[in-house]
Design a binder for this molecule. Sequence first.
Ligand SMILES: Cc1ncc(COP(=O)(O)O)c(C=O)c1O
Length: 379
Amino acid sequence: MDLFKVYKLWDIEPVRGLDTTLWDKEGNEYTDLYGGHAVISIGHSHPHYVTMLSEQLKKLGFYSNAVQNSLQKELAARLGKVCGYDDYSLFLCNSGAEANENAMKLASFHTGRSKMLAFGKAFHGRTSGAVAVTDNPKIRAPFNSCDNVTYVPLNDIAAVEKELSTGLYAGVIIEGIQGVAGIYEPEDGFMKELRRLCDRYGTVLILDEIQSGYGRTGKFFAHQFSGIRADIITTAKGMANGFPIGGVIISPEFKAVYGMLGTTFGGNHLACTAALAVLDVMENEHLIENAAKVGEYFRFAFHPDGALDPALSEYRGKGLMIGLQIRPEFAGLRDRLLFEEHFFTGAAGADVIRLLPSLTISVGTASRFMDSWHKLTAK
Ligand SMILES: Cc1ncc(COP(=O)(O)O)c(C=O)c1O
């Protein structure tokens, strides 16, 4: 059997990693400023993570949600404290898309309504409901298209109010910072108004923090910069440093009913252990503070003497969630960074480079990246 070829692959096979360094099977060294799509939060193969997972595997790898699992309770308690939503509760699943599915399902159960408001260029995943609120018709099969979703432009509060005032919407789903779109931020004022309108029209506010959360921006969740609180927050990616997991953080307004949500694998022993190891390392190594610090380093480095780097037409993002809008004359820069300078980066379309490194990245590594950047972009 061959693989079903849906991914465009680089001809590189990493076989080993440590912190922000990767080695391919020929022994070539690379620096990872992409983290396998914002997933590697505490660095590759962090020793604490390896020890905790190995020890847990020797004891018990899996049991389903039919028995007590104190690792889940410990994760919920620790996560609640560190993310500032201590009074909320946690439902564990296996991926970002699944977290969003469950969040929207809850909003619909709770309000008895069926419509969802989403934003232009949004990405929320590829399962049925998640792809229905993803603004990319190319990845939405006819089966996934439905009349329940409306898109409005990001930051257009009048368009939001026009829709919500119909009273038909169960929820609004919004990314803390749009990632796949190319790093676009909702404005603080817009978020505050969005919160007010959701309250006014009885609509659930769902914050998708799958890419922008878990400390990446310098706060635990990106929406916390605007000072608002969401009704439901979804997380995945950095949550367990590559072990598949998703989380739905749910306001006390929602009443749990046995059987309303469920999953076989979600919250298993290994996944919870991986997530607990991530929280340990984030706390012990002050990684949220580091994300803010190295993020500021990048912001200054891309604005030498206060002016924007000449290879860029825009610098977007917060902390370590960075979008570099490349000028047309520098097309191909991402491939050159990889093949000539051995730096992995992310992309959004042909002209945006995304930097989504591990939260452990040092200023020294960031500065080596800038040296390579200047070498490749010097005229
Ligand atoms: C904001 C956002 N939501 C949801 C998802 C889907 O997550 P997963 O691929 O784990 O299903 C992604 C993945 O890129 C994402 O960036």
